[in-house]
Design a protein. Structure first.
Length: 250
């Protein structure tokens, strides 16, 4: 089921977040800087983009002191780096479509290094638009369903909040919104007492490509991991339907 695979992907990201917390907080700090400078200042009551990033930060267990420090730094003297958002597209091993979203203070460096990673791990970076058409932007909000709401109750909760769809999972639910409705839906769910496991606008593949050959699976995972680990990467999306990874701690 696509929903189950989607939740597996999100859960994998959450586990990586816990293991690399400092790096994740740095990435979110950059998003806060952009939200403050481009979204209307450091007051979240009037800056919807900043409210969304704060919600993302809280879902990642970023301490409030860190959040406030990042906001004050971005709204202060402006001595911080001049970050810009950019995305790169290309193909991984087996023709898997990949989109990498970055926040960087050096576009030339990022372009060169991302191209190097594509080449090194069996992919090829392409021109803007070469694979973007295979994805669509959606608001993706994952809530903790510790109360054990059933599918009908989850659907009612999501629709009342203004969402477009919901996919129940084990102890959680993935709620989808139109990108333009994301902030309102997230706030409505927050007001309803929901606990977020993640909340952000993501690219969702319109169709996925099954990757089953063990060697190809390893190659695809490798390029995704290497691009994801690059310091300037904020998010990475792909259309590969990969087998679930075994628990390495078992």
């Amino acid at each position: 089921m696509s929903g189950h695979n989607k939740w597996s992907t999100i859960k994998h990201k959450k586990e990586k977040t816990d293991a690399q917390r400092g790096k994740i907080f740095t990435k979110i700090g950059r998003e806060i800087a952009i939200a403050v400078r481009e979204g209307g200042g450091g007051d979240p009551s009037v800056n919807g983009r900043l409210r969304d990033v704060i919600a993302k930060a809280k879902a990642a267990n970023m301490p409030n002191d860190n959040i406030q420090r990042s906001i004050k730094k971005a709204a202060g003297e402006g001595e911080g780096a001049n970050y810009k958002e950019i995305s790169y597209e290309g193909y991984g091993p087996g023709g898997v479509a990949i989109v990498v979203e970055l926040v960087t203070d050096n576009l030339n460096r990022s372009s060169s290094e991302v191209r190097h990673l594509f080449d090194k791990y069996g992919g090829q970076m392409g021109a803007n638009g070469c694979v973007a058409w295979m994805f669509e932007r959606k608001g993706v909000i994952v809530i903790d369903n510790a109360k054990g709401l059933d599918e009908d109750e989850l659907m009612m909760l999501a629709l009342d909040a203004g969402a477009a769809d919901v996919e129940p999972g084990e102890g959680s639910a993935v709620i989808y919104t139109d990108p333009a409705d994301f902030t309102v839906v997230r706030q409505n769910l927050e007001n309803a007492g929901c606990t977020f496991l993640s909340a952000e606008r993501e690219l969702i593949a319109k169709q996925t490509v099954d990757v089953t050959d063990p060697e190809m699976v390893e190659k695809v995972r490798r390029i995704i991991d290497m691009l994801d680990d690059y310091d300037d990467t904020q998010a990475i999306y792909h259309n590969a339907n990969l087998p679930e990874e075994e628990d390495e701690d078992d």
